[in-house]
Write a protein that binds this ligand. Sequence first.
Ligand code: MCA
Ligand code: AMP
Length: 505
Amino acid sequence: MKNNNLFAALRAAFPKDLDAVAVETDTGLNYSWRDLERSTAMMANLLQSLDLPQGARVAVQVEKSVEALMLYLATLRAGYVFLPLNTAYQSAEIEYFIGNAEPSVVVCSRKNFGWVSKIAFKAGTQNVFTLDDDRTGSLLDRAAHCSDRHEVVQRNADDLAAILYTSGTTGRSKGAMLSHGNMLSNALVLKDYWAWQPGDVLIHALPIFHVHGLFVAIHGALINGSKMIWLAKFDPKLVVQKLPEATVFMGVPTLYVRLLAEPGLTREACRNMRLFVAGSAPLLIETFTEWQERTGHTILERYGMSETAMLTSNPYDGERRGGTVGFALPGVSLRVQDDAGQPVPTGEIGSIQVKGPNVFKGYWRMPEKTREEFTADGYFKTGDVGKIDERGYITIVGRSKDLIISGGYNVYPAEIEGYINDMPGVAESAVVGVPHPDFGEVGIAVVIAKPGAKLDGEQIIARLKAQLANFKIPKRCFIVGELPRNTMGKVQKNVLREQHKALFA
Ligand code: MCA
Ligand code: AMP
């Protein structure tokens, strides 16, 4: 029987020479393909020795490191479900994810072990390991005693491989369940569509707890047997320095904006580069054009979601049109519908819906929510609003979901408003996204005080910082007498966005 474990496909693409460099780090370490093979075997054996139930979740909140990458691969290899968590999440956020996902294994950094393990044990997790970005931690200590031989566990295409939490527009985050088949189909399509070649080298500069860095970038390189230049953190100077040794780079728009601020970004520096990919947030046409002028390269913009991995892409050969996200990828059906559920004419705006082998299996333990997000004929409602021009290029013009994308991270206003509304003296609040030169968009808060209460914007921000991941914190907080409302009494967020649109201009 064919093994549909995603790891089996990635493993099969390793080059013949297992001693060649697979990952080169910014601290001067070289990991060979054999290292990846052996270490993932050892970690997979460790996980399997824990006697975990079928479909057990392995929740991981650790700094970026090659060992963290190995842990992801080992989880696949052992047939368990990987649950990556943003390192910026604080205790309330982690408590929710662990409580909701009920992982059998939690891996965290040593400095967080005290509070993370408390949360994990309370939720019934029996195994909590540490892993730090200096190749230390109890996970590695334990794995060191395990065999480096391991047979990849048999998985079906529909078996779960990962759960990615994506915040809900109302209430709490939903776990998008992705299968081995979802991810492998997407990786294979992109390998072809972006014309990955022998000898390609990827600069990996993104975090590894979201689709872009974890799936698009890592699967892309591995399924092509390509070396990665692994940067623990995005550092524009270091990226520019490494460009001559690389052929492929992937980033959210903020990374391109920051790279353009580097005088060293020249045609000469990009002489060996083949492909620059952007996504996760809208790429401004100014950035697209300036990049072309500075480097001679045309950024390829693509569009995707946690629930679907990649959906559309500008072409590799053929015109890459700035401001568009290109065409639906092979195998993806994409349509634009009006509110009545009818297709809109070419060039007109409507809701984007998609279907394909990459579309997720539903939200973890939320069958109702899952049903709501699919149409009767099986299309997933992306919550993005867009149009398709006469040549078939798709443009995202907005979002029907109330979501701010800041530097490639999603911020859900409802979540932040909930925290602000719980503060003493607050009557109501509204969080909206406004344009920002570096992050593309950032959140700001507009707050009304209860009668007689005195509020201070700075204090509200300070309180939020103590509770939430840093990227979610509104960059400014205004105390006002009233919020603009429509005749139904609903807050007009578009009016607030308009009022504050020049705040960071
Ligand atoms: C950091 N800060 C931010 C953000 N990042 N504020 C708003 N939005 C952000 N994204 C703030 C911190 O709160 C902090 O503020 C200050 O900036 C410095 O923090 P630091 O962590 O040092 O920032 P940085 O290292 O400069 O990070 C910026 C970054 C990072 C490199 C652009 O945000 C990043 O890696 N973004 C990529 C996200 C990503 O991978 N997205 C893919 C999602 P203070 O000092 O006040 O505390 S996958 C996806 O969306 C789909 C499927 C897709 O299509 O790919
Ligand atoms: P997430 O679920 O965190 O992966 O975020 C997915 C959302 O990011 C999508 O629904 C879009 O709103 C947005 N997105 C991703 N890529 C692009 C892009 N190239 N242009 C505009 N929006 C994008």
